[in-house]
Design a binder for this molecule. Structure first.
Ligand code: PLP
Length: 417
């Protein structure tokens, strides 16, 4: 560190109470109690700058994009394509041609499975995933295996919920054509070594897709540094709107892939004899896109950049540690997912109490957690449980929120003996 840097004033602590004021939805009371929102892994809330950007667009700029010469259509096109450039910068892609707007992570993975996988895969070839994937990164690959005769291979996890890397590396073979892994598990919080996975997969000639749905709100993503071929994420996990997400794909790969949906905007010329397709990225964006969603997503990216992703992550880690320590003091609680590197997702069960009942009791206290299999049924099967309760933290959560969670759990413990 340079002398100047070491003399610099320390950065002020992350002020979650101030951040919280940007999220009007959090001001309400639920069941007569102040809302404690601990379900950001399912969907983040939106801050005022996002709400205002969407309102501004809808109030002043809306028209259909790309096709109009009139002023409003040009304003809408500028807003939409401007959002694409901001996404490119946010993940450091080389070109806007590599940024495809989709509905979300699910659609992005289906696009790659159908457009990259389906035409290329053959019987005897393999797709390698891990045992902690969300259904969105399992089912599209199962479907493409049914269509092509390829085989789905699954690298195991251990009792902590960590990927068994040695087994993963053993399963990588010259037959592996696609590796598709989550960067962060939504059910367990585990952070996967995606850079190492990507390098190993590339050494075997496989193409790598990273499901970044749970990573994007907690870490700075640089797709070129990661070296991945595809990266998928959803706007609503990053404090942006629902119905908008991004597929990043290396240009060379996207250019060689056929379109996956046909219709307006993805074409250059249409005749009954022959249709030619549009340039990247529009070749993959058939139909009128979610324009205000893209505008809102870009505003959300600016918002988290202003707060500082490292500062957000540091704050969330403190909350995770506090909550983990607190849970350990409550009898009968078992934490599911104890990986060394975790994002701010805390899954657990309480002995003698079904997670759904726990969720209902907590809701009566104004504490919103998620209960169920979290779209990761194989993870539940691995741990031999039907479901978990899951608290997840975002930039607006405070230590008081963690205390409210622990108090509500203590109350549930009394109810269930
Ligand atoms: N992948 C992971 C790891 C997720 O957590 C989620 C959503 O919870 C998804 C994929 C699917 O995201 P979406 O429903 O926004 O398409």
């Amino acid at each position: 560190m340079s002398a100047t840097a070491s003399l610099a004033a320390p950065r002020p602590a992350f002020d979650a109470a101030r951040v919280r004021r940007d999220f009007p939805i959090l001001e309400q009371r639920v069941n007569g109690r102040p809302l404690v929102y601990l379900d950001s892994a399912a969907s983040g809330q939106r801050p005022l700058p996002v709400l205002r950007a969407v309102e501004r667009y809808e109030t002043h700029c809306h028209a259909n994009v790309h096709r109009g010469v009139h002023a409003l259509s040009q304003a809408a096109t500028e807003a939409f394509e401007g959002a694409r450039e901001r996404v490119r910068r946010f993940i450091n892609a080389a070109s806007v041609r590599e940024i495809v707007f989709v509905r979300g992570t699910t659609e992005a993975i289906n696009l790659v499975a159908q457009s990259f996988g389906r035409p290329r895969l053959a019987p005897g070839e393999e797709i390698l995933i891990t045992a902690l994937e969300h259904h969105a990164n399992i089912v599209p690959w199962q479907m493409v295996c049914e269509q092509t005769g390829a085989t789905l291979k699954v690298a195991p996890i251990d009792r902590r919920g960590e990927l068994v890397l040695d087994r993963f590396l053993e399963l990588l073979s010259p037959r592996t054509r696609v590796v598709a892994v989550a960067q962060v598990s939504n059910a367990l919080g585990t952070v996967l070594p995606v850079k190492q996975i990507t390098d190993a997969a590339h050494a075997r000639g496989a193409v790598v897709l990273i499901d970044g749905a749970q990573a994007i709100p907690h870490s700075r993503i640089d797709v070129r540094e990661l070296g991945c071929d595809f990266y998928a994420f959803s706007g609503h996990k990053l404090y942006g709107p629902t119905g908008i997400g991004v597929l990043y794909g290396r240009e060379e790969l996207l250019a060689a892939m056929p379109p996956w949906q046909g219709g307006g905007d993805m074409i250059r010329t249409v005749s009954f004899e022959k249709t030619t397709y549009n340039d990247l990225p529009w070749k993959f964006e058939a139909g009128t896109p979610n324009i205000s969603g893209a505008v809102g997503l870009a505003a959300a990216m600016d918002y988290v950049k202003d707060l500082g992703l490292a500062a957000i992550a540091g704050h969330e880690q403190r909350l995770l540690e506090l909550a983990t320590a607190g849970l350990a003091r409550i009898a009968g609680i078992r934490i599911i997912g104890t990986a060394v590197r975790k994002a701010s997702v805390l899954s657990f069960t309480m002995e003698g109490c079904h997670p759904h009942d726990l969720g209902t009791i907590l809701d009566a206290e104004g504490v919103a957690i998620r209960t169920g299999h979290h779209c990761a049924m194989p993870v539940m099967t691995f741990f031999d449980i039907p479901a978990t309760a899951r608290a997840s933290f975002g930039c607006y959560n405070t230590e008081e929120d963690v205390e409210a969670l622990l108090a509500a759990l203590a109350k549930a413990r009394e109810v269930f003996g």
